[in-house]
Structure formats: C-alpha cells, structure tokens
Write a protein that binds this ligand. Structure first.
Ligand SMILES: NC(=O)c1ccc[n+]([C@@H]2O[C@H](COP(=O)([O-])OP(=O)(O)OC[C@H]3O[C@@H](n4cnc5c(N)ncnc54)[C@H](OP(=O)(O)O)[C@@H]3O)[C@@H](O)[C@H]2O)c1
Length: 261
C-alpha cells in the first residue's frame, strides 16, 4: 500500500513513545490518524493537525477497542492501516514478580493485539487492500532473562502475525511484524532503577522517529518483518542456533543476557 493523504490509519499506544512517533510520521504524509490509547486526548490530536482523532480506549478491553475502531472508521470514512503497538513492560525475576503484572502484560500486549486485530480486520477487508502492522520486539525472537513474561507476550504476537499474514493471503489485507530493539520511549520509566544488567538504556537506544520511518517503508513494501536497528534481526537465529546467539549476546550484552552455559 502507499501511505499518503488518502490513508486512514489507526495507531494503538499513540499517546507516547513509538506510537506517538508513528502517528507523527503518518500525519506528516497527510494521513488521517486515529490516536488510540488510554491517555489519548484532543491536545495530542490537535498537535498533529486537523485530520487526527483522539480515541481514548483500553486495548485490554475488547469492547473499548471495538468502539475506538468503529468511531475512527465512521469519522474517517474507512480504515486502511492499523498499527497494533500499545504495550507495557515489567522486568524482574519471574518468581519474585507480582502475578498481577504477568496478567497485565498478557492482557495488554497479547490480548490487546488480538482485540485490535478482531476489531480492525472487517474494516480492512472492506477497503480491499488494508494493512495490519503488529509491534512485537526483539524479545519476541529471543526472550531475555528477567523479562520472561514480557518476552512471552512478544513471541505470542510474532506467532499470531506470522499465521495471520498467511491466513489473509488473497484477501487484499496484509500483515507486517515489527521487531524493535532498544528505542527511546517511556516504556521503562517506572523501572529505570531496576533494569537488568544486559539492558543498555536510553544512551544507546535509537530514536523512535527512525523506527517509525522504517515501519512505514516496510508497510509500503509489504515486508513480512521490520527489525530496527537492523542487527535485531540476528536474534531470529535463535530458532536454529540458540548457543550461537547466547555467545553473541554474552559478548554484546554481558553474562546476564545468557547466564546458563
Ligand atoms: N521502547 C523499546 O525499546 C521497545 C522495544 C521493543 C518493543 N517495544 C514495544 O513497542 C510498543 C510501544 O512501546 P513504547 O516503547 O513506545 O512505550 P511507551 O512510551 O510506554 O508507550 C506505550 C504506549 O502504549 C499505550 N498503552 C499502554 N497500555 C495501554 C492500554 N491498556 N490500552 C491502550 N493503550 C495502552 C500507552 O498509552 P496510555 O498509557 O495513555 O494508555 C502508550 O501510548 C510496545 O508494544 C513495546 O512492547 C518497545
């Protein structure tokens, strides 16, 4: 698909971070943009220009996402592109983590993606050539210690998107999975002091605007996957050579990234 002033795009998790950068990149192309997030408001929409619509919603609640999608499609006159990006992260050792955080990540990251896809697909199909992009993570290719449940939600998104892309063959609708590496955002603001040793932090993270540009180019080229920074795609080797990836990660991120030898 081409992304231009005729495109009607909805981004979940568009109030901050990567979703915000995606919304800005879409608005810069002249697209009508729906900003879906719990904290989405009129001021955020106004800052993106006249064609942006604030869609306050909770992706963990199927009816709430459905309402946001229906409202956007009605106001924009249809729906061409949906980016399921909303997500939360809670790092820490599995056994000492509050089980409520496990359920929260599952409800928002994984079930939120399912709810978003379910609500969006009928509209994308109706347009005849729509696109769904799902923001997973490098952690969906190779999960990291102290992020076991987070990684599991990201791997669930990857598996879902892979199957859906094939399932939608011939429908005109396509699916791209996005694998960000470390990107500047608010994702870890609540746990900056307790991040695992293998985490590099914002100093070495890539700007969200660069990821957003790569995502839009990947959607236009109907790429199966967009990994950014590009070296994140090396984590996919984990499926066939996990020992090799462990050695690579130990060298790049230190022993905490792969402590078991
Ligand atoms: N930053 C990274 O290094 C990185 C790396 C790999 C993958 N990712 C993935 O990228 C995606 C975006 O994260 P980010 O880094 O941009 O984090 P962020 O700056 O914290 O933004 C997260 C966005 O998700 C929204 N959100 C959270 N819970 C929601 C809910 N229940 N319903 C609707 N919206 C919700 C937030 O808005 P409200 O709080 O207003 O609802 C916010 O707009 C996530 O899926 C994350 O896993 C990020």
């Amino acid at each position: 698909m081409r992304i231009d002033a005729s495109t009607r795009a909805l981004v979940t998790g568009a109030s901050k971070g990567i979703g915000r950068a995606l919304a800005e990149a879409l608005a810069a192309r002249g697209a009508a943009v729906g900003l879906a997030a719990r904290g989405a408001d009129e001021a955020q929409a106004a800052a993106l220009g006249g064609r942006a619509i604030a869609l306050p919603c909770d992706v963990a609640d199927a009816a709430s996402v459905q309402g946001a999608v229906e409202r956007f499609a009605a106001e924009a006159g249809g729906l061409d592109l949906v980016i399921a990006n909303a997500g939360v992260a809670h790092y820490g050792r599995f056994e000492s983590q509050d089980p409520e955080l496990h359920e929260r990540m599952t409800r928002i990251n994984w079930l939120g993606t399912v709810h978003t896809a379910r609500a969006a697909l009928p509209h994308l199909r109706a347009g005849g050539g729509g696109h769904l992009a799902i923001v997973s993570s490098g952690a969906g290719l190779r999960a990291f210690p102290e992020a076991a449940v987070y990684g599991a939600t990201k791997a669930a998104q990857r598996a879902f998107a892979e199957a859906l892309r094939h399932e939608l063959a011939g429908s005109g609708v396509s699916v791209t999975t996005v694998f960000p590496g470390e990107i500047v955002s608010s994702l870890h603001d609540h746990e900056k002091a307790t991040m695992p040793a293998w985490y590099h932090g914002d100093e070495r993270a890539a700007p969200a605007s660069e990821l957003a540009a790569a995502v839009l180019a990947g959607i236009e080229a109907d790429k199966r996957r967009v990994a950014y920074p590009r070296e994140v795609s090396l984590l996919a080797l984990n499926a066939v050579a996990p020992g090799l990836v462990d050695r690579l990660l130990r060298r790049l991120r230190g022993p905490s990234a792969a402590p078991r030898r």
